[in-house]
Design a protein around this ligand. Structure first.
Ligand code: OOG
Ligand code: NI
Length: 460
């Protein structure tokens, strides 16, 4: 039997999720249009950018590129979600400890890992697991655990299709379609809470993230984020289209050679919900779902990342943004100043070993040059070899915390303190998370040896 490639199942799912979210949150549709307009203008105005992205295979993925986020309640939920995403060719990459920012969650990102799969559709889902063990109120933690133990977030039909995919090594076309429809059910919004208003209030008082997870039937997708080529332009134009962005863009400053990831979001919507009550239902509201945009730059090596972390720490020590955005100007100035020491062109980033590249052979080997690792600089200078920046496919814990915070009240307590627990997370997941650094390294190494081989064989 022929299986539908996992990459195609992921594309189907990502489109279905986007259609569903557009219906649920109309502002998301507005944001998608704005991002598409800005990307088109950028590509039309900058033919170098267009050519570069085209030869790196990045134009095609731009319009389908997005990430989403969900929050899970229990180890077994994480285990089943991992199996569900595996059917779509998505693996858990990276471990993010958000307790450093006072949030009672730890997370991973499910995403495709190979160059080919990323080019087809890089859909990613930032997936957090709440940590009830960090709650001081042990009775409330036990109550939350009991409530969560009663829910099933993956439909029975979906579970059987996952089992079938695991047994057969994939799904045929009609099974794949049924799987996508069933998987979508897990992420749907439910306007009826599963707990009475009084329980919801107590959960909120412990932490609003906990209330968001424990009070509902499933892990509603809380945002979907398109990728823009100019986040500053989109941020500026958001108010024109009736969207109010958060005060500052998370991540590195605006630069000539983009690094890592810059993100901004709009505030969560206040949505009407119904709580079960002794007689019928009781009306209330909940804020969970929001919108976000991102701009992706080159992935950094461990050395580059350490430099990034230092520059960011310096910025945050020098300037702080207040609860309602005061001090945003000072923060941006401090950010620009702190990153002055960070090389801002791809040649330096590559030569200094700060960022990851993907090599390709672009012209025949010039006379007198060897297709060898020692000759890389000369081959690049001659144009026979080209180094494309590898897009950063992952997330940043400090930025993610900023995105979480902008959607929670600013009076949130943050007294959990650092307590990473990767072992517990991986035990729940049922496997180890993939190291993102190892993936970038391998792509760089492999691409260089293939490009050199192609030059040596005269295949260009
Ligand atoms: C996830 C927030 C983090 C990002 O892009 O860094 C995030 C959440 O609110 O569940 O989406
Ligand atoms: Ni996000």
């Amino acid at each position: 039997m022929t299986h539908l490639p996992a990459d195609e199942i992921r594309s189907l799912f990502s489109r279905a999720m986007s259609d569903m979210y557009r219906k649920e949150v109309p502002q998301y549709g507005t944001l998608i249009e704005l991002v598409r307009d800005v990307n088109r203008e950028m590509l039309a105005a900058d033919s170098d950018l267009r050519a570069r992205m085209d030869s790196a295979g990045e134009i095609a993925r731009l319009d389908v590129e997005r990430h989403g986020a969900i929050r899970l309640g229990t180890a077994s939920e994480l285990f089943n979600i991992r199996r569900m995403f595996a059917v779509m060719g998505m693996s858990p990459v990276g471990y993010y400890d958000l307790s450093v920012a006072g949030l009672p969650v730890h997370s991973t990102a499910f995403r495709p890992v190979s160059t080919e799969a990323l080019q087809i559709n890089p859909f990613r889902v930032f997936t957090s697991l709440i940590r009830l063990e960090l709650l001081e109120d042990r009775a409330l933690a036990a109550e939350a655990e009991e409530i969560l133990s009663r829910r099933k977030i993956v439909t029975d039909d979906c579970l059987s299709l996952i089992e079938k995919a695991e047994a057969q090594g994939g799904l045929g076309a009609s099974d794949a379609e049924a799987f996508v429809a069933q998987a979508l059910e897990t992420f749907r919004w439910h306007s009826e809470a599963t707990v009475p208003a009084e329980t919801y209030e107590r959960l909120c008082a412990a932490h609003r993230l906990i209330a968001d997870v424990v009070s509902f039937r499933g892990p509603h997708i809380n945002h979907l984020t398109p990728r823009t080529l100019d986040i500053d332009a989109v941020q500026k134009k958001m108010p024109e289209r009736g969207i109010a962005p958060k005060a500052v863009i998370e991540g590195p400053p605006r630069r000539r050679a983009d690094i890592l990831l810059r993100q901004t979001s709009f505030k969560a919507l206040e949505e009407p919900i119904l709580f079960p009550a002794e007689t019928g239902t009781e009306e209330g509201t909940h804020t969970a779902r929001f919108g976000e945009i991102e701009q992706r730059g080159v992935a950094l090596t461990p050395a580059g990342r350490a430099l990034y972390d230092r520059c960011l720490a310096e910025t945050r020590a020098a300037a702080a943004v207040g609860a309602s955005g005061e001090g945003a100007g000072g923060y941006v100035a401090a950010l620009d100043a702190a990153f002055e020491s960070f090389p801002d062109d791809h040649d330096s980033l590559r030569r200094d070993g700060l960022a990851f590249y993907r090599y390709r052979a672009a012209a025949p080997l010039p006379a007198g040059l060897q297709a060898s690792p020692e000759a890389v600089e000369q081959l690049l200078a001659s144009g026979a070899l080209v180094a494309d920046p590898q897009v950063y496919e992952d997330f940043l814990p400090v930025s993610a915390a900023g995105i979480f915070q902008s959607n929670l009240g600013t009076d949130e307590q943050s007294n959990f303190g650092e307590s990473a627990n990767r072992e517990v997370f991986e035990a729940a997941l049922g496997r180890e998370v993939v190291s993102e650094m190892a993936l970038y390294e391998e792509i760089e190494r492999e691409s260089l040896s293939q490009a050199l081989a192609a030059l040596a064989a005269g295949e260009v």
